[in-house]
Design a binder for this molecule. Structure first.
Ligand code: C2E
Ligand code: CA
Ligand code: CA
Ligand code: CA
Length: 279
């Protein structure tokens, strides 16, 4: 009826308009965020499970917008990917992380593996590996200390281009990790075709391994399969001792999660791991 129709519009339209306005605010905010210096990186430790040794650190982007306050990556990265803003932002992330990582490597953590998230959009850029090579050279950063975490793309047409870029990246001596494995678009196809050194199991699959035998089975199978292919498995989102114990039994190589350390500003990571040798 007419009344229902009006109710429906009455409820829906303003909401949709608000969502669209929100998106527009984000799009515009992202355009100027770099020049306004609104981005920072936080760092989360990664540990070898067998020894408990710190082996790596993942850089995670943080945006504190002047208008909006802190905006979680899950809210702005998809938009940055859609608008293409992720290209200059991703370049800033890489450059900043490499600069920071270099200091840690020099000040007492020579084997630290620096992991940086790279959007599938960045891998479609033919120039990406060249750009990376220049950055590594300019900052004199050892390629073997860098790992790029990449998520499988829905854009299958771009597979060949991405694969080519990935081969070039590995050719530089940089490592690759397959991120978010076990959810979304992840498939065994990408796992076997791309030159990954590490498979990262997504936190949503780790969350219930202590209560859900199916999830535990899937994780155990991923560990076995990756091992057969010569890849290491890193479990993310580890929050409990019992999850860690299960992962140890499954033969998982390394872990990352709130149980062992939250993402923190660079200075805090330095304090925790460099024993007063500065950041
Ligand atoms: P991701 O790459 O899968 O990163 C892991 C996310 O899980 C991070 O969320 C991290 O803070 C969170 N996390 C870590 N340990 C735990 C835990 O024990 N429990 C729970 N519940 N969560 C945990 P964050 O920092 O909000 O980042 C979200 C996503 O945004 C990332 O997921 C990644 O896909 C994307 N992202 C972050 N920084 C960048 C970046 O510099 N470039 C690109 N392209 N994407 C980024
Ligand atoms: Ca990641
Ligand atoms: Ca991801
Ligand atoms: Ca994930």
């Amino acid at each position: 009826s007419k009344k229902e129709g009006r109710d429906r519009y009455g409820k829906f339209q303003p909401q949709q308009r608000m969502a669209a306005e929100q998106t527009n605010i984000l799009i515009n905010g992202l355009k100027s965020a770099l020049e306004k210096d609104e981005f920072t990186l936080h760092y989360q430790s990664q540990f070898e499970l067998r020894t408990g040794r710190l082996i790596g650190v993942e850089a995670l982007l943080r945006w504190h917008s002047a208008e909006l306050g802190p905006v979680p990556p899950g809210n702005f990265i998809p938009i940055a990917e859609e608008t293409g803003a992720i290209i200059p932002i991703g370049e800033w992330v890489l450059r900043s992380a490499i600069e920071q990582g270099k200091r840690w490597i020099q000040s007492g953590l020579p084997e630290l593996l620096l992991s940086v998230n790279v959007s599938p959009r960045q891998l479609q850029d033919r120039q990406f590996a060249g750009l990376l090579a220049v950055m590594l050279m300019e900052q004199d950063f050892p390629a073997g200390n860098l790992c790029l975490e990449i998520t499988e793309s829905y854009a299958i047409e771009d597979m060949e281009q991405s694969l080519q870029v990935c081969r070039e990246i590995v050719g530089l001596g940089v490592k690759l990790a397959l991120d978010d494995f076990g959810i979304g678009y992840s498939s065994l196809g990408m796992l076997s075709r791309f030159p990954f050194r590490t498979v990262k199991i997504d936190k949503s699959l780790i969350r219930d391994i202590d209560s859900n035998p199916y999830d535990a089975d899937v994780v155990q199978t991923i560990v076995k399969l990756s091992g057969n292919k010569g890849m290491e498995v890193l479990a993310e989102g580890v929050e409990t001792e019992w999850q860690m114990e299960l992962l140890r039994r499954f033969g998982c190589h390394s872990v990352q999660g709130y149980l062992l350390g939250r993402p923190v500003p660079a200075a805090e990571f330095g304090k925790a791991h460099l024993l007063g040798r500065g950041e």
